[in-house]
Each structure stands twice: as C-alpha cells, then as structure tokens.
Design a protein around this ligand. Structure first.
Ligand code: NAD
Length: 266
C-alpha cells in the first residue's frame, strides 16, 4: 500500500484527487490539507467528496502530512507549491505537482527539490494531452514555417492563470519540434493594431467561461490547408487518475525531475 497525501483538498482538483486515491486499490489516503482559513479545514475527507465519512479530517498542517505519507500530490497555488516542494525535500518524500502559473522562483524551488526527491511535474496529467504533446512536436518538426502555429485554449471562469499551463506546454512542444526557443517566438497576447503576423511565430488565444474543464487545439495554418490537433477534457478524473498513477510510480523512484512522459513510458 502506498500512502498518498493530498494538498489543496478543498479545491476542484483536490476533491477529485481524494476520490481517485480512495478508488485505487494499491493506494491509501494518508491525509489532506488546505490553506489555513479554508472552509475545508476540519471536514471529513469522505464527507467532503459526498461519500461516507472515513474518520480523517482536512488540516492546515502540511508538515504532519509529509511525515505520514510516502508521496504527496499538490494541486494548489504557485507560492504554496514552492513551499510544499521545500517540505518534500526536507522530509525525503516524493512529490507530484500539478499547479500551473508558476513563476521562475516557484519553479526553482521545485527544481531544487527534484535534486533530493522524485518530483513528477506536468501541466496536464491526462493521457490524451500527453499524446497531443508528442504529436504536436512531431507535426511541428515535419511542417515548415509556411504553416503558422496557433494554440487555442478554453477553461472555466474560475481559472486564474493564462494561457493555461497546457497551452504553454503545447507551445514548447511545437517550438522544440521546430528547433526554436518558445520565448523568442511566442505571441501571447494580441490587441489593437498589431501589424501582420510574423512568420515562424507561435500564437496563443485564451477563452474563459462557464464550466469548461479544459479544451486545447493546436492549429497549423498554411495557404490552402489547415491541420488541427485537439483535446477536450470533459471530466476532472482524467487529471486525478493520471496524478495518482504518477504518485504510485514516483514513490519508488530515485531523486529526479520527471514528467508524464516518464510515468506513461511514452
Ligand atoms: P482551486 O482553486 O479549486 O483549488 C486550489 C486549492 O488549493 C484551494 O482549495 C485552496 O484553498 C488550496 N490552497 C491554496 N493555498 C494552499 C496552501 N498553502 N496549502 C494547502 N492548500 C492550499 O483550483 P483547481 O481548479 O483545483 O486547480 C488547482 C491548480 O491545479 C491550478 O494551478 C490549476 O491550473 C492546476 N490544474 C492542473 C491540472 C494538471 O493536470 N496539471 C489539471 C487541473 C488543474
């Protein structure tokens, strides 16, 4: 049995993760946290997800959670994930990170932890999106710059970062395929008199609204033809199941920074 702890238990993903761990035969929930002041604190994990009580309540104490877990899953917020990464390293506990919108300092904290424990980090834990990343790299490597690359994403109205971590990962995959640096060619926002599109650039467009869990398209547009690759998530369980699979895998790995490509053996 692998003991899995959940950080951010009261969130949309936190609740999905509690259910996914509870439904995984080889896993046991070691506990869960949320931020101090969250309405989830003190609630039974089973009740929190609309099931029978399990006798374990959400706390605001990540240190205690790390000391009773083999691996911990973090879908919280950027500064919280940086703090959790330092705790994972201090306790020698593997970590799975799904939080997006990290800045350079947050990412550095996670990279630092990966020098001491196994860290699986992915902007998207679904099997379909990880295949889409591989396909995007391949198509971008095959087509020349006559094909303009545009990445379109849509998410629910509560999402706080843009473009999504997955859209940026798709942009990096396309840039890798073309052998260019994404930062040098990305158009992340267009507004007003932008001038004509620059050849070789990779554009992003962001839509927000309703309850959309996550739609992504990569469009390769040339004169006379257009190729579109896309993925739609219609249920958060695609991320939570992938993250639990990553957690079971990470618990047995040496220190290092891993992605879902490693977990899935793609
Ligand atoms: P959410 O706002 O519903 O949940 C976040 C939870 O984290 C909240 O309950 C919040 O109180 C909690 N939190 C904040 N600070 C904390 C702290 N210091 N300690 C413990 N808990 C803390 O958001 P969400 O939709 O569940 O998404 C969470 C993150 O996961 C976002 O960055 C989102 O983009 C990302 N996400 C990633 C994937 C993926 O596959 N990688 C999929 C979906 C969402």
């Amino acid at each position: 049995m692998t003991r899995i702890g959940i950080l951010g238990a009261g969130g949309r993903m936190g609740r999905a993760l509690i259910a996914a761990v509870a439904d995984t035969p080889l896993a046991r929930l070691s506990g869960a946290t949320d931020r101090a002041g969250s309405e989830a604190i003190g609630r039974d994990l089973g009740v929190l997800i609309g099931r029978e009580p399990v006798g374990v309540a959400v706390t605001a104490d990540p240190v205690a959670l790390f000391s009773v877990s083999d691996v911990v899953i973090d879908f919280t917020a950027p500064a919280a994930s940086a703090h959790h990464a330092a705790l994972a390293a201090d306790h020698g506990i593997a970590l799975v990170v799904g939080t997006t919108g990290l800045n350079g300092d947050h990412q550095q904290a996670i990279d630092h932890a990966a020098g001491r424990v196994a860290v699986v980090q992915a902007a998207n834990f679904s099997l379909g999106v990880n295949l889409l990343l591989a396909l995007t790299r391949k198509v971008a490597a095959t087509l020349d710059a006559d094909f303009d690359i545009e990445i379109l994403e849509m998410h629910h109205r509560h999402k706080v970062d843009a473009p999504s971590g997955t859209a940026l990962a798709l942009g990096r995959a396309a840039a890798d395929g073309r052998g260019v640096d994404l930062d040098a060619v990305s158009d992340r926002v267009r507004d007003g008199f932008t001038g004509a599109r620059q050849t070789g650039h990779i554009g992003f467009a962001t839509l927000r609204g309703g309850y959309v869990i996550g739609d992504h398209s990569v469009i390769f547009a040339a004169n006379g033809e257009r190729l579109e690759l896309g993925h739609r998530a219609s249920d958060r369980t695609v991320f939570s199941r992938g993250a639990v699979r990553a957690a079971l895998w990470a618990a047995g790995q040496p220190a290092g920074h891993y992605s879902m490509v490693d977990v899935l053996g793609l």
